[in-house]
Design a binder for this molecule. Structure first.
Ligand code: THG
Length: 824
């Protein structure tokens, strides 16, 4: 296939990798343009220090890095290698950091990259400049090293050119031309305008790095990216390195406690620091390259900001006391609000794509990912949902938000971050109508898609007199309270109110709505009004895009319970051209309370003008009703696995709904309960969470969701691929239990069969009703048999776990169906 006409804007590490990978896949009409001279174009790639550490909490990021390492290690320019595989060594100078290195080692093991913990003597043996007395240990990844970014650009462009890719440097992009399509109402790209003329294009990919916001702006797209200066200094000759004739032999170093990293360059050292104040630069203020030798991405070194870094360096690496700082830069790099890249197609302009906020570490991987995505329509090598440029909520595109969160991200880049670490300013940002009441109840809030969402309520402390809640270990006990356990038990034994407002709600309407949803989902959703269906959206490869609930509220109107903005984006992208279907995000104008527990009906029925009995509103049915004075839509389902309803109303009447339910629930011992309890209950019930337990890389059968696929219903996206995948299930999302109540794990830990790593944990919590720790994990199918004994790697421990039949709680669904309970 020759493919469309593609213009890649930016010949840095990302643009070069993409040109290479696209041409490798047979696309021929590719042009790369860059304002600067190739290969030193003046962007971040031209000054990148090149350190590649593969360890990352994100599996995708580690996989992108691993591919980058593999690719660059096999490339050279005239015999000069593009990657120096000297290894990467992260050092611990405090007990907390040493403990965290064990957690990081766990991620590496989970994602399949070899690493090992090294004692202080071992660290000094690897890097003799390190002061033995300063360190407590290290984490070595032998395959880490130094990417030579300019060479990597050169080599990949060379290979791309050999396949016919045209590279036009010193071409400044002035505009991106688009054309409106009156029938569909969407725009599409037609050309890139440069100072040397116009280049026609069907696909434009913005790989412009720190200039990305400017270029994307030409296509009307707002990129939540902040260029931030980061200090990189070079020593003069270090006598202890005198005579070194190769660029680097010792591992690249990270000293995260002081926000520092190090690399060799012959007899000198490069020192990078994240310890200084954040120094954001508005993207519009960054000039294009000119005739001056200084690159626009390189700002003058502010020596005062480097004082502490240099003092710390001389302490950690005493040999540098015999050297001076000879030069330095404040180099601009792209930061985002969540530390992840920005990949994908504009929501408004067809054919305008971005691959932005990508560091050298992940560059070749992103090149491959984008090439697959463009050529195949989806990416099969990497799960990109956390990198998708369309993941953001509208408020997350606000300049003030982008700046605040990017700067915080810069400051935290080397910090030890707990998985539940509360988000910083700007907060509170989105508040549900229940927020005032929640505060009165002492809610401890975490943020979810910008919403303040209670994790637990301090007002429930008196419940602790009723139950003995086992305490987890120290790490899992952060952002936790025994009240979490009490709220979980109070739900199972009585009734609780859950604020479900953060659950994304989409309205799909129009005469084509039913047919449209049939095509996008795996189940039969074209059922009578009042039906609710749990179903999946797949990509063409059969990978899971999302799991959603579809409630048919009227013949031509459906309410989708979704997982995030990507669902809105996915639906919108697939809308038919004829205007017969409309998708609308109704989340912000509405709210939702989950009223759940065996006593839920006793609370609700007396308030209602409709029949909420099993017959009046069966399981997985929807209806409208009034609860007191409040009009609601009620969905009979429960992610916590109890009798009850999701009750939706508009934002204006939300507080009244809360107060009405609250007053009625109190005499029954009802409580408000938070997300901590919710997560424990859903794991007892075996309900998966998209993005954590499963993603694009998994199919329904592996994920244990085959029951939601109805191949006989007619065609739908992904159906063809599923036939192949159904016959070849090699891994399974598996339920593990842990007997030791203190051994609560958090997710991302490696799972071992004997000494062999075989999989990783996705989500975990203590199950207060089942009286066991629960950990869901991806495992080879042959190990996913109940009773199988395994271990979970947790810091320096191996925790005994056993494969369990699922769900652990109420497998006969008697609670949800409101039937007499099994004897317990
Ligand atoms: N409520 C609503 N929509 C949602 C969620 C929700 N959409 C996103 C996310 N959560 C989807 N996840 C689930 C997971 C499980 C169930 C519902 C939503 C569920 N499963 C039943 C089961 O497996 O037993 C389905 C039974 C059936 O198919 O009949 O209830 O929380 N509105």
């Amino acid at each position: 296939m020759a493919g469309p006409r593609v213009v890649i804007i930016g010949a840095g590490v990302v643009g070069a990798a993409l040109a290479d990978e696209l041409s490798l896949r047979g696309w021929t009409g590719i042009t790369v343009v860059d304002q600067g001279p190739v290969p030193v174009t003046g962007g971040s790639s031209s000054h990148a220090p090149g350190l590649v550490f593969q360890a990352n909490p994100s599996k995708t990021m580690t996989e992108l890095a691993r591919y980058t390492v593999e690719k660059l290690a096999a490339l050279d320019v005239d015999g000069e290698p593009c990657f120096l595989q000297v290894g990467g060594l992260e050092l611990a100078t405090t007990p907390e950091r040493l403990t965290d290195l064990r957690r990081r080692h766990g991620w590496l093991t989970s994602w399949g990259v070899e690493g090992r913990l090294v004692d202080p003597d071992g660290c000094v043996a690897l890097h003799p400049l390190v002061d033995r007395d300063r360190i407590l240990g290290g984490l070595l990844v032998p395959t880490d090293g130094l990417a030579k970014s300019v060479l990597a650009v050169e080599a990949q462009l060379r290979d791309a050119r050999a396949r016919g890719v045209r590279v036009l440097d010193r071409h400044q992009v002035l505009d991106v031309r688009t054309e409106a399509d009156d029938t569909t109402g969407t725009d599409r790209v037609t050309a890139v305008v440069t100072d040397h003329g116009e280049i026609p294009a069907d696909v434009v990919v913005c790989c412009a790095g720190i200039w990305g916001p400017k270029v994307a702006g030409m296509a009307g797209m707002r990129l939540p990216l902040t260029p931030l200066a980061h200090q990189l200094a070079w020593t003069g000759p270090v006598p202890a390195l005198a005579g070194q004739t190769v660029e680097a032999v010792r591992p690249v170093l990270r000293h995260q406690e002081a926000d520092l990293y190090y690399r060799e360059c012959f007899d000198r050292l490069g020192i990078g620091s994240y310890g200084h104040r954040p120094m954001p630069v508005p993207a519009d203020d960054i000039a294009p390259p000119d005739s001056s030798p200084r690159m626009p991405s390189v700002l003058p070194f502010t020596a005062d900001d480097f004082t502490d870094a240099w003092a710390e360096t001389r302490s950690l690496l005493p040999a540098t006391r015999d050297a001076k700082i000879e030069e330095g830069i404040n180099g601009l790099f792209s930061f985002t609000t969540d530390g992840m890249p920005l990949l994908g197609e504009s929501p408004d302009v067809k054919g305008f794509w971005v691959a932005e906020a990508v560091w050298v570490t992940h560059s070749a991987g992103v090149g491959r990912a984008m090439a697959e995505w463009l050529v195949d329509g989806h990416c099969s090598s990497f799960d990109l949902h956390a990198c998708d440029v369309n993941r953001f909520e509208p408020h997350q595109l606000a300049p003030a938000y982008v700046l605040a969160r990017s700067c915080r991200n810069f400051a935290e880049v080397y910090d030890i971050l707990h998985p539940l670490q509360p988000a910083g300013a700007p907060r509170p940002l989105r508040t549900s109508p229940f927020h005032v009441r929640q505060r009165e109840l002492g809610a401890v809030f975490l943020e979810a898609a910008g919403w303040e969402r209670p994790q637990w309520y301090d007002a429930n402390e008196p419940l602790l007199e009723r139950w003995d809640i086992p305490a987890p270990g120290e790490w899992a006990a952060r952002m936790w309270s025994p009240v979490v356990g009490a709220e979980a038990l109070a739900t199972r034994q009585g009734v609780a109110l859950y604020d479900m407002s953060a659950l994304k709600r989409l309205e799909v309407s129009g005469r084509g709505a039913a047919a449209f949803l049939q095509r996008l989902t795996t189940s039969d959703v074209d059922k009578p009004v009042g039906s609710v269906t749990y179903t999946l959206m797949l990509d063409e490869g059969g990978g899971i895009r999302s799991d959603v609930t579809v409630a048919r509220l009227a013949r031509h109107r459906f309410q989708i319970g979704a997982n995030g903005n990507l669902d809105l984006d996915w639906l919108t992208r697939h809308l038919p051209d004829d205007g017969s279907v409309t998708v609308r995000d109704v989340t912000a104008g509405t709210c939702c309370i989950g009223l759940w527990g065996p006593k839920a009906r006793e609370v609700l029925q007396p308030l209602a003008d409709a029949d909420f009995s099993n017959e009046g509103l069966p399981y997985f049915r929807a209806r409208s009703a009034h609860i007191g004075a409040v009009p609601v839509t009620a969905l009979r389902l429960s992610y916590v696995g109890e009798l009850g309803w999701e009750l939706y109303t508009t934002a204006d009447t939300g507080l009244k709904l809360w107060d009405t339910l609250w007053e009625a629930a109190r005499p029954h011992g009802g409580v408000a309960a938070g997300r901590g309890a919710f997560n424990s209950l859903r794991l007892e019930k075996g309900y998966r969470s998209f993005g954590t337990d499963m993603g694009h890389e998994h199919d329904p059968y592996e994920a244990g969701l085959g029951f939601a696929v109805k191949p006989g219903k007619g065609d739908f996206i992904g159906r063809a691929a599923l036939e192949r995948r159904a016959a070849d299930v090699r891994r399974r999302l598996t339920c593990l239990t842990i007997d030791d109540p203190a051994a609560v794990v958090m997710g991302k830990e490696p799972v071992y069969d004997g000494d062999r790593p075989v999989g990783h944990v996705t989500s975990a919590a203590y199950g207060y009703t089942v009286g066991k720790g629960i950990a869901y994990a991806w495992l080879p199918a042959r190990l996913a048999t109940p009773g199988r004994a395994l271990h979970i790697g947790y810091f320096d421990r191996r925790i005994a776990a056993v494969v369990a039949a699922e769900p652990l709680f109420d497998p006969r669904m008697r609670r949800l169906r409101g039937l007499p309970q099994d004897a317990r």
